[in-house]
Design a protein around this ligand. Structure first.
Ligand code: ADP
Ligand code: MG
Length: 366
């Protein structure tokens, strides 16, 4: 994994930090979160990705101040805010069903947070106009929320969260109520908006596509713990746990023995010996290999860095753009996902040679 530069300047100083934060709700007596440590950098689009119940909302509520941790500390911009009330934290939250004031127009909804802090009328008008333009809602200023579509309401909610120029905006599955097409449209709106306003976004989602496509970095959550933090490429290509390998994309998880062979470290499973890229620790382990990383190669060709294995096709599933192949390779069962082409046909029982590059064999820590 890439390491942090030692002299990371102020631009990358954390804006939000959690230190050994844990939370158990009295009613459920199950630990909802932690203890977790996290550092979110100023200006980044940071996603918190995990299945339902993994503790994402709890983490967000602890940052917003709607919950107090059982132990640990929350820092915003270097200040310990663990016991600071939500109103006094420089953050704003956008929920899935953000309640705009139903009796107020778009313009009045937008102006509200600024009026509350006594901002001068000219300044309110200027900022409102800027944000209306940013979220592409010109001409809708005098409408009431019920006269808007779901996507338009969510854009107004976003504008309202941004108008006070908070340091951090927290978004809890903000696109969850929208249909697929609108959600995709809003994803690009959000990403563009975040770049333009340069405010830190902490974005909670259970949708891996959303997290991978929008984030600078993401945390993958599982049962109240953070399994991995990294760039989308890090977590996709170098998953650290079985959970991350299985939750993001699709992987073959192969139980194996790591040992030192003649040509370097290798993972042995059945009669298969998979070459590993770098250093490894000997012993029992699980390796992950992405479905699409298993290639079909010419019989008798020589691998550059990795292995070629004889295999037999067990099953074929046609998906249109891809073909999913169940393979038996020297006692190991693998799934490969290959690009479909009209002339490419496979049948069960067919012998093939598969190629697995050493960089695509990832040793997991659990
Ligand atoms: P997510 O947002 O990832 O779906 P949550 O943070 O909402 O997860 O929930 C984490 C765990 O805490 C779950 O087991 C959930 O049932 C529990 N939980 C969340 N809120 C409460 C609450 N107010 N009272 C009791 N248990 C809760
Ligand atoms: Mg939630």
């Amino acid at each position: 994994m890439p390491t942090e530069p030692a002299d990371a300047g102020p631009a990358t100083a954390p804006i939000v930090s959690l230190r050994r934060v844990s939370k158990t709700y009295d009613q459920s007596r199950v630990r909802a979160l932690g203890p977790v440590d996290i550092d979110i950098r100023s200006g980044e689009f940071f996603s918190v990705l995990g299945p339902s119940g993994s503790g994402k909302t709890t983490m967000l509520r602890l940052i917003a101040g709607f919950e107090v941790p059982d132990s640990g500390q929350v820092f915003i911009d270097g200040a310990d805010v663990t016991w600071t009330r939500p109103y006094h934290r420089d953050v704003n939250t956008v929920f899935q069903n953000y309640a705009l004031f139903p009796h107020m127009t778009v313009a009045a909804n937008l102006a509200y947070p600024l009026r509350m802090r006594g901002t001068e009328a000219g300044e309110i008008a200027r900022r409102s106009a800027d944000l209306i333009e940013l979220v592409d809602m010109q001409g809708y200023e005098q409408r009431l929320p019920h006269q808007l579509s779901g996507g338009q309401r969510q854009r107004v909610a976003l504008a309202r969260a941004l108008i006070g120029r908070p340091k951090v905006v927290l978004l809890d599955e903000p696109l969850g109520a929208l249909d697929l097409r609108l959600r995709q449209q809003m994803q690009s709106v959000l990403k563009r908006l975040q770049r333009e306003v340069e405010i830190t976004f902490i974005y909670v989602t259970h949708d891996q596509g959303e997290a991978l496509s929008m984030s600078d970095r993401l945390a993958v959550m599982h049962a109240g713990a953070i399994d991995q933090i990294g760039t989308p490429e890090d977590v996709y290509y170098r998953p650290e746990t079985r959970f991350v390998a299985a939750f993001i994309g699709r992987s073959n998880l192969v139980a194996c023995r790591i040992e030192r062979g003649a040509g370097g470290w290798q993972a042995r499973a059945g009669d298969v010996r998979l070459a590993l890229g770098g250093e490894a620790a000997p012993g029992e382990a699980t390796v992950a290999i992405r479905w699409e990383a298993i290639e079909l190669v010419e019989d008798g060709s020589v691998p550059e860095a990795g292995v070629h294995l004889p295999a037999t096709i067990d099953s074929v599933v046609f998906h249109g753009d891809t073909i999913e192949l169940g393979l038996a390779a020297q006692g190991v069962t693998l799934t490969a996902l290959v690009q479909a082409k009209r002339r490419l046909r496979f049948a069960p029982g067919q012998p093939v040679t598969v190629g697995i590059a050493s960089d695509d064999v990832v040793v997991l820590r659990d």
